[in-house]
Design a protein around this ligand. Structure first.
Ligand code: NAP
Length: 496
């Protein structure tokens, strides 16, 4: 009797993604791009092209905007409980297909399977959060004068855009349409070119559910599709998640065709500050968790700068090296694998370039520091710990968006705060100390939108997430996000 080995999951999945007819969602229909063109979607796990993806041009964007405008009057007047019910049904469908959606993210985005599937569930949870939060749309009365009633209402804006990056494809695709929909807007979703499949699949899953034009899914080969969305005069609100450089380009382009409401969730160069009274083992574990090595460090909130007091340095670094040595590298589809692939050849090359730059500037890799062995064609750089880093080195200033942890020593609290704030970004920070006064003092002093004290990495839906300085404008994952998809109208009712 002969036995044949089961084909790896990536191979089985690729057979179906390659033959699948991937389509945009425009005006309630699953359609090819109007030009008929597609682009190749390569997998960072297998190195193969896994799908031909529609390349939406300006004419597809315009069709989606026209459908959205036509849908807006009815959708915005749909009673809130009905909008909420629809959002809950999207959540239910995403949850029911979480494994399938997550596996698509593993295939074309490189995230490890168990976390990619968890991302789909997290996207569903965000949909449910905004359904739960619907009544926060509220409005208020204001005692502004005698003889009149003054009140405010929160009104939907109209056609809004959601442009999202590649690191959590399905979580962003599913979760980020929730607030605009609950608030009564019609939304254009623009997934990243590196990992577009789960968003396109989401479009298929909701095409029969959502009124035509209320949600569109538009994929493109590069900046052109997003740029056409941003410049469309009828797109009045743009919510962007991505790099600071693209965010700035979007602000500029948006301003050329109208006065638009732009929110930006951008990059970070986040500091974890460990004071001398902190437990070195706990700090090391936090530094590893905070780096999001499972995502290959491709997380905006990653604490990629460990600012450690000189007295703790050696013990913390030794423990970090031990912990990252335990992380398993391998096929991202293997449940036992701990570290995913970098999303693309371009991102992989960028990480390796930063390693060269760091070494040339005087840093030493005490763990990792070279492409991974034994992971086949997957684009994996092992968790890398750089010591001897100083605050002004490029690797300590610029967002790598990869698995490079820079360790910087400090002697005083003032120095730690100055180094933490001495970058252009200001997204997250983590402060490790048992000294209550110091913890709050430093939390107040660091320039960041989200601060952990004696924790790291986790964010909880409900708590506003977002950055200061080049890390962005606006807050998400909270009621602020919901209100951010409305305009406030003030009404004065005279009654004397
Ligand atoms: P990116 O290159 O800025 O792309 C993000 C999105 O913008 C993609 O959908 C992209 O489309 C689109 N885009 C590119 N150029 C555009 C243009 N000129 N006009 C309109 N849209 C355009 O970012 P990325 O490399 O995918 O993602 C990594 C970055 O995202 C990192 O900086 C990370 O820190 C940041 N991020 C921030 C947060 C946060 O919450 N603060 C969360 C996650 C990630 P194409 O892919 O088709 O080019």
């Amino acid at each position: 009797m002969t036995t044949t080995e089961a084909a790896p999951r990536s191979e089985v999945l690729t057979r179906s993604t390659r033959t699948h007819d991937w389509r945009l969602l425009v005006g309630g229909e699953l359609v090819a791009s109007r030009s008929g063109t597609t682009f190749d979607d390569p997998s960072p796990v297998t190195g193969e092209v896994v799908a031909a993806v529609p390349d939406a041009g300006a004419e597809d964007v315009d069709a989606a905007v026209r459908a959205a405008r036509a849908a807006f009057p009815a959708w915005s007047r749909t009673p809130l409980p009905e909008r909420v019910a629809l959002v809950r049904e999207i959540a239910r469908r995403v949850r029911a297909h979480a494994d399938e959606l997550g596996d698509l993210d593993t295939l074309d985005g490189g995230n490890i399977t168990r976390l990619a599937r968890a991302d789909a569930v997290a996207g569903a949870a965000m949909l449910d959060f905004f359904a739960d939060a619907a009544h926060a749309l509220g409005g208020r009365t204001v005692p502004a004068s005698e003889g009149a009633l003054h009140y405010t209402t929160q009104q939907p804006i109209g056609v809004v855009a959601r442009i999202v990056p590649y690191n959590h494809p399905i979580m962003f695709a599913a979760g980020k349409i929730a607030a605009p929909l609950v608030a009564g807007n019609c939304v254009l979703l623009k997934p990243p070119h590196q990992a577009p499949l789960s968003a396109l699949r989401l479009g298929e899953l909701i095409a029969d559910l959502v009124p035509p034009g209320v949600v569109s899914v538009l994929t493109g080969a590069g900046a052109a599709t997003g740029d056409a969305i941003v410049r469309h005069p009828d797109v009045r609100r743009i919510a962007f998640i991505g790099s600071a450089s693209t965010g700035r380009r979007i602000q500029e382009a948006a301003a050329q065709t109208g006065v638009k409401d732009v929110s930006l969730e951008l990059g970070g160069k986040n500091a974890l500050i460990a004071f001398p009274d902190a437990d070195p083992l706990a700090v090391a574990a936090a530094a590893v968790r905070g780096m999001n090595f499972s995502w290959s460090g491709q997380s905006c909130g990653s604490t990629s700068r460990l600012l450690v007091h000189r007295s703790l340095h050696d013990r913390v670094v030794a423990e970090i090296v031990r912990l990252v040595g335990e992380l398993r590298l391998g096929d991202p589809f293997d449940e036992r694998t701990d570290v995913g692939a970098l999303v693309s050849e371009e991102q992989y090359a960028k990480v390796l370039r930063y390693l060269d730059v760091a070494r040339a500037d005087g840093a030493t890799a005490v763990a990792g520091g070279a492409p991974a062995d034994g992971v086949g064609p997957a684009l994996v750089v092992p968790p890398t710990v750089l010591t001897g880093v100083t605050a002004t080195m490029r690797v300590a200033q610029e967002e790598v968006f990869g698995p490079l942890l820079s360790v910087i020593t400090f002697d005083t609290e003032d120095e730690a705060v100055a180094v933490a704030n001495g970058v252009e970004y200001g997204l997250t920070a983590a402060v490790w100390t048992d000294d209550l006064r110091r913890a709050h003092r430093v939390a107040a002093a660091v320039e960041a939108g989200y601060v952990w004290i004696n924790d790291t990495s986790r964010h909880h839906v409900g708590l506003p997430f977002g950055g200061v300085k080049s890390s962005g404008l606006g807050r998400e994952e909270s009621v602020e996000e919901l209100i951010g998809f409305t305009e406030t109208k003030a009404v004065h009712v005279g009654y004397r």
